[in-house]
Design a protein around this ligand. Structure first.
Ligand SMILES: Cc1cc2nc3c(=O)[nH]c(=O)nc-3n(C[C@H](O)[C@H](O)[C@H](O)COP(=O)(O)OP(=O)(O)OC[C@H]3O[C@@H](n4cnc5c(N)ncnc54)[C@H](O)[C@@H]3O)c2cc1C
Length: 413
């Protein structure tokens, strides 16, 4: 079998589905290939935050010093599984190079621009689809005065970029959020941010894409990609060959695997995170929280409540580390000791596709033909997904991308 489209999109996560959506909106004949079900990767069990206000990238001044004590503790919020990998060493080297104030400032502006543009698109899409889009801000909760002082740097970056944040007193926090600990230092609200139920968004949008005429081929695993200067790009899959003028590789943390043998360096490391979804306790407010020192999110999603976080560089390893799940549950109890226990809906882990500079990779690699990369969204794939899809569709259609793609070039490493 060899099926031909204008564009093949590989990956049915938020980035692939948003790309397919923006393509079909332009009348491009599109086929999306997904090896499992739609939204079976990182896009399923995440925090659902759209957070232009918190756009500081992971690398920054002091990031390595702060993370060092955690590296020795496999239950800490950030952990690197020791392993001999040249790709990981190069990734860490590039990460270190991005740990400076000017790179952080520049990256903040770029990441914020992506998230703000996505936020606008989420608002538009919410008029047609129901995915729990709620724009009531995000609130950080601090247990220590030191963490609050450290957060001032993020507020400075935000205010310099034209955003705003409000410091909150403990009494106001405890009034708004039942079950919160009294041993707190304070809170910080980012009123412009929003949250969604990510699975509902990706699956709903994929259904819309199919209805508009795109082919969505699930249970179709891509085994290899071949391109030539003259002909179409050919994609070998477990369900035969597909070909197209262009192929968009949006396979999240697995994207480097797909391009093996093409001579491309795609520094994307899998950064594993966990979430626990429970039935939402009665009266729990529709207000997403970040438990700051524990680096844990708490997001209400309809009748459910999701806790999650942690970042583990362990390669493409989806094994569940119970110590990390237990540490996550303990952190939630520390901040929210009074929250009633409710039945667990799902314990989940996913692999974030993380680049060393914490910017996505969007564009055509130099020296190739018909290949486009759309990956590396790290902790922010929901926040940046809709605009990433739009930028890729603009590139395919020969339009001038509404945000300059140069800083996201695959050739920057
Ligand atoms: C715990 C946690 C919390 C998070 N919270 C947030 C948040 O609050 N806000 C936010 O913006 N981001 C958040 N993220 C990050 C976000 O989830 C990711 O950045 C985003 O989901 C990445 O989307 P993606 O489409 O690139 O990858 P994925 O969703 O992983 O999709 C890639 C798809 O490609 C498919 N695939 C892989 N290989 C092949 C192949 N060979 N053939 C065919 N298909 C293939 C996979 O099955 C998968 O469905 C969080 C992540 C985690 C883990």
């Amino acid at each position: 079998m060899s099926e031909r489209s204008d564009v093949l999109v590989v990956g049915g996560g938020v980035v692939g589905v948003c790309t397919a959506h923006s393509l079909v909106e332009r009348g491009v004949r599109t086929t999306l290939l997904e090896r499992g079900e739609i939204c079976s990767g990182a896009s399923h069990g995440n925090g659902g935050w759209i957070f232009p206000s918190e756009s500081a990238p992971l690398p920054g001044p002091g990031a390595i010093r702060e993370a060092l004590p955690w590296l020795l503790d496999p239950a800490s919020p950030f952990w690197i599984q020791p392993r001999a990998s040249l790709a990981l060493l190069r990734w860490l080297w590039d990460f270190r190079r991005a740990c400076n104030a000017s790179a952080q400032r520049e990256s903040f502006g770029l990441r914020r621009a992506l998230s703000l543009a996505s936020l606008e698109r989420f608002g538009e899409l919410a008029k047609q689809l129901d995915f729990g889009f709620t724009q009531r801000g995000l609130t950080l909760i601090f247990q220590t005065a030191k963490a609050m002082r450290d957060a001032q740097h993020e507020v400075d970056l935000l205010e310099a970029a034209g955003g705003s944040a409000n410091w909150l007193a403990v009494a106001a926090l405890r009034e708004a959020i039942p079950g919160l600990s009294s041993e707190l230092a304070g809170g910080l609200e980012f009123p412009a941010d929003a949250h969604i139920t990510p699975g509902d968004f990706v699956r709903g949008l994929a259904a819309d894409v199919a209805q508009r005429g795109a082919a969505i081929e699930t249970h179709t695993e891509v085994l290899g990609v071949e391109w030539s200067r003259r002909g179409p790009v050919r994609v070998r899959t477990t369900r035969g060959d597909f070909s197209a003028d262009e192929v968009v590789l949006a396979a999240g943390a697995w994207t480097p695997e797909l391009t093996r043998g093409l001579g491309l360096r795609i520094p994307v490391e899998a950064a594993k995170g966990y979430s626990i979804t429970v039935e939402r306790p009665a009266g729990h407010p529709d207000l997403p929280l970040a438990l700051a020192e524990g680096m844990v999110f708490v997001t209400p999603m309809g009748s459910q409540l999701r806790f999650g976080g942690t970042l583990e560089l362990a390669g493409l390893d989806l094994r569940m580390n119970q110590r990390r799940v237990d540490a996550l549950a303990r952190t939630v109890r520390r901040y929210l000791p009074g929250i009633p226990r409710t039945p667990t809906v799902e314990i989940w882990r996913g692999l974030r596709p993380l680049t060393p500079d914490d910017l996505p990779i969007l564009g055509r690699p130099a020296g190739t033909s018909g290949l486009i990369l759309a990956t590396g969204h790290g902790m922010s794939g929901i926040s940046q997904g809709p605009i990433s899809g739009e930028l890729i569709a603009q590139l395919v259609s020969g339009e001038t991308p509404e945000i300059d793609l140069a800083p996201f070039s695959p050739d920057r490493f």
